[in-house]
Ligand binder design. Structure first.
Ligand SMILES: Cc1cc2nc3c(=O)[nH]c(=O)nc-3n(C[C@H](O)[C@H](O)[C@H](O)COP(=O)(O)OP(=O)(O)OC[C@H]3O[C@@H](n4cnc5c(N)ncnc54)[C@H](O)[C@@H]3O)c2cc1C
Length: 453
């Protein structure tokens, strides 16, 4: 069976991995290297090399697909556990940077909530569940469960993970597990307690990263896929997909029994425009936005006094330029040589105009923010910017729209990746592998694919 995977991000690579011993697989990637958004760069400093991840720098194991893939690839000895001290998570509110309470004691001490807000939050286990089947915003869900005050604290922190606004973010697409807990246990607290692993059970760390950055996963996949005979064609832009035929920008055509589009929805729409216009229109209903990261390496002394911070979320309502800050060097000291400190600034959601600035102008804005918010006055030793214009916005009703898209796909064509059923690396791995399994079933269809050239 011949299967073409279009897009060599982690979803496409995972699809190819799932297929590699069961089909004749070709993976087509527009860029010079596979990996898509999953990319690690080496930055030279006078102290040695710092490794900065462009997008994800670690991923959770609660959703097991990515961790499982690491094990299948034999990367056990490359797995590192980033420090997951949630007490270092801060939120900017009313121009103050305040710790987000993550334990009952921290909650009682927190200045973010009034006593009234704290009491309402503590009533969560006794709050009736709404038994909703429809989607709602993350904010509305939290307000129902933990009250408006706590929703206004936790909403921006949770939506911040998706660079989105809690009032517009779909709870089902972003934190569907919370609705599961409510449905199954009638309360988030009760559900979490019930689902807590039993003492003594061995389990992987909550989150993992890799020696050398998450790019290690991409290189291992590329090497082992080639060893298994998968053809990986980089610098290859696909222009059109019809049932059974993939047309490249250079004009040549490849035939396949099934095609997996492991692409952001706008790219998939462009490919299906002529063969499946209704599906292309449905794909375009999924909004995407710009997002970027700027990795900065400072002399360690410049970050003196910030060692209590791990991450800071800055909601849109604060009117600042940047969206968030992650102190990567404190969480993963192996990423940067001693004598230096590595941090990553997220931008694009609070002020979309930053996406259009050149690297030096952007650096100037970020340095001003770091000076005003954190007192960092030194110039960085080195820096690197990454930008994307196709980051999914998981708006209310997202999963229903994805189901509709799936029902409109031409026979033998499948979609996978961050635009659809989960943004995180584990979700992308799972979707890639599931699409591969569905593609393999195409061969059992009674009729061969119709070739419409
Ligand atoms: C800033 C940021 C931080 C993140 N942090 C985390 C995190 O901490 N933890 C976590 O789990 N996840 C995180 N993520 C999410 C995760 O990194 C991405 O969702 C995931 O890597 C997307 O993978 P993908 O394969 O779906 O898409 P992509 O990586 O976008 O891959 C799509 C590929 O398709 C190719 N392509 C497009 N059009 C064509 C065409 N016509 N022909 C051929 N090829 C084409 C592209 O070049 C690209 O390589 C983060 C994402 C971002 C942006």
């Amino acid at each position: 069976m011949k299967i073409i995977v279009v897009g060599g991000g982690i979803a496409g690579l995972s699809a190819a991995w799932e297929l590699s011993e069961r089909a004749d697989v070709t993976l087509l990637e527009a860029n010079a290297t596979p990996g898509g958004k999953l990319l690690s760069a080496s930055l030279e400093t006078p102290f040695g090399v710092s490794i900065v991840d462009a997008s994800a720098e670690s991923f959770v194991t609660r959703k097991p697909a990515a961790y499982q893939l690491l094990l299948e690839l034999g990367l056990q000895d490359q797995i590192l556990e980033p420090e997951v001290d949630t007490s270092g998570v801060y939120l900017m509110r009313d121009r103050q940077i305040q710790p987000v309470p993550t334990s009952p004691l921290a909650l009682l001490r927190s200045k973010l909530l009034t006593w009234r807000g704290k009491l309402r939050l503590l009533r969560e286990p006794f709050t009736r569940s709404a038994a909703l089947s429809r989607d709602e915003s993350l904010h509305d869900f939290l307000e129902r469960r933990v009250g408006v005050e706590a929703a206004s604290i936790f909403g921006p922190v949770m939506a911040g993970i998706y660079s989105s606004d809690p009032h517009r973010t779909s709870v089902l697409a972003s934190f569907g597990i919370l609705r599961d807990l409510e449905r199954e246990h009638g309360s988030l607290v009760r559900g979490m307690l019930k689902r807590r692993p039993k003492r003594g059970t061995s389990r992987p760390p909550r989150a993992v990263t890799l020696r050398g950055g998450v790019g290690t996963l991409v290189s291992a996949l590329e090497t082992q896929l080639r060893q298994r005979g998968v053809r990986i064609q980089t610098n290859t832009v696909v222009e059109r997909v019809q049932a059974g035929v993939v047309t490249l920008r250079v004009g040549s055509r490849l035939s396949a029994d099934a095609v997996i589009l492991a692409l952001p929805a706008p790219n998939a729409a462009a490919l299906l425009e002529r063969s499946a216009p209704t599906c292309a229109t449905a794909l375009r209903t999924l909004p995407h936005a710009g997002i970027g990261t700027l990795g900065l390496v400072f002399p360690a002394a410049a970050l003196e006094g910030l060692h209590h911070l791990r991450g800071v979320m800055i909601p849109r309502s604060e009117g600042r330029e940047i969206d968030a800050l992650l102190m990567t060097g404190f969480k993963m000291p192996d990423r940067t040589p001693s004598g230096t400190g590595l941090l990553r600034v997220f931008f694009g959601a609070n002020n979309p105009a930053l996406m259009r600035l050149g690297d030096e102008a952007l650096l100037a804005v970020v340095q001003r923010e770091l000076r005003e918010l954190f007192g960092v006055t030194a110039a960085p030793l080195t820096h690197k910017t990454f930008r994307w214009h196709d980051f999914p916005s998981l708006e209310i009703g997202h999963l229903e729209r994805v189901s509709e898209i799936e029902s409109l796909l031409p026979h033998g064509v499948f979609v996978a990746g961050a635009s659809y059923r989960g943004i995180g690396v584990p979700d992308c791995v799972r979707q890639g592998r599931e699409a591969a399994q569905r593609a393999l079933e195409v061969q059992w269809q009674p009729q061969p694919l119709e070739v419409m050239v």
